[in-house]
Design a protein around this ligand. Structure first.
Ligand code: PHE
Length: 330
């Protein structure tokens, strides 16, 4: 028996210790063998032998457990020493990723309006007819619905064609005043140089007491915003039509490619259209049960902004995941 106490004490690894455990405590181990021998011992000695053996069994077990803990602690310390990281070493060069130009542009736009105290609101991409059209003064069969080629599901559900439903949902769930923007993906059945079936818009809505919000307020903030985005450019407002705003305008900036002298991108006009806006139509306020308020709204396409900022010719290239194109924006 004694030798086993030594062996346990000298064991250097969990594996050796495990072998010892099997040799001592296992079914075919030394303790089992000693207990078996006891059977053939004279009866009067049996209880004495059994006592002795049981005493060995428990003290061997104590030794074993103690040694196991010691070895495990040692092994852990060893591992920690080996695996520690020298943070003062130089690293090999690593490749940094970058934001997709559309997301980067979106962030910049959100940054501007956040600084002007607009809160960011979001909504679902699957919408119902009421929030996407009806409440925005676009009743069923209204010809203006054709302005946005829609993907329909069954049961009057659809993929939102613009971020304007977020204004409706926000007004339905909160009291005025409101100062919000809604960035997000929108969907239309369109595909060419300047249109993809999915693109991103940012909607803006400001609502306050009746008489407090004017077209001049809208004009001021949009001009300031466009100069923040594009630098030294000219801005002009053109009368236009949206069912949910009256009066409505489309906003142009002087062409960033030819600085207004006329080129292929601006179709020789010197101007590029960048957003739609207007004074919220009273019918919209009626649909959401808002009384004695006035407001303005605007909406813009984020991809269009990204294309103009980075001078990208084909909108579709932004969604092809072409590493060569994307690497230019690191
Ligand atoms: N929702 C309009 C569109 O997608 C943009 C817009 C928003 C125009 C708000 C005016 C006011 O074309």
């Amino acid at each position: 028996m004694k030798e086993w106490y030594e062996k346990i004490k000298e064991a250097q690894s969990v594996e050796t210790l495990e072998e010892i455990r099997i040799s001592v405590f296992g079914k075919k181990g030394v303790l089992a063998a000693e207990f078996a021998k006891m059977k053939s011992a004279p009866n009067e000695e049996k209880s004495k032998i059994a006592k002795e053996l049981n005493a060995h069994k428990s003290s061997l077990m104590n030794e074993f457990t103690a040694r196991k803990i010691t070895i495990q602690t040692m092994e852990l310390q060893e591992a920690m020493k080996k695996e520690s990281i020298d943070v003062s070493l130089f690293s090999t060069s690593s490749q940094a990723g970058a934001l997709h130009p559309v997301m980067e542009t979106m962030d910049k736009i959100v940054e501007y309006f956040s600084s002007m105290n607009f809160t960011v609101k979001t909504g679902g991409m699957i919408e119902d007819d009421f929030n996407n059209f009806e409440a925005l003064n676009l009743p069923k069969y209204h010809p203006a619905r054709d302005m946005q080629d829609t993907f329909y599901f069954k049961d009057e559900m659809l993929l939102r064609t613009h971020t304007s439903p977020v204004q409706i949902r926000t007004m339905m769930s909160t009291k005025p005043p409101i100062r919000m923007i809604a960035p997000g993906a929108v969907f239309r059945r369109d595909y060419d140089l300047t249109h993809t079936p999915m693109f991103h818009q940012i909607e803006g809505l400001l609502v306050d007491k009746k008489g407090k919000v004017s077209f001049a307020n809208l004009k001021y903030i949009l001009e300031d915003f466009l100069k923040y985005m594009f630098g030294d450019i000219e801005v002009r407002f053109r009368p236009s039509f949206f069912p949910f705003t009256e009066p409505s305008a489309e906003v142009d900036i002087s062409c960033v490619f030819c600085e207004g002298s006329g080129c292929r991108v601006c179709s020789k006009t010197g101007w590029l259209e960048v957003l739609g806006c207007g004074i919220v139509d009273p019918n919209v306020f009626e649909a959401v049960n808002y009384k004695d308020v006035s407001g303005y709204a605007f909406g813009l396409g984020v991809e269009r902004f990204a294309m103009l900022i980075h001078k990208i010719g084909d909108l579709r290239s932004l969604f092809e995941g072409d590493i060569k194109l994307l690497e230019q924006f690191q």
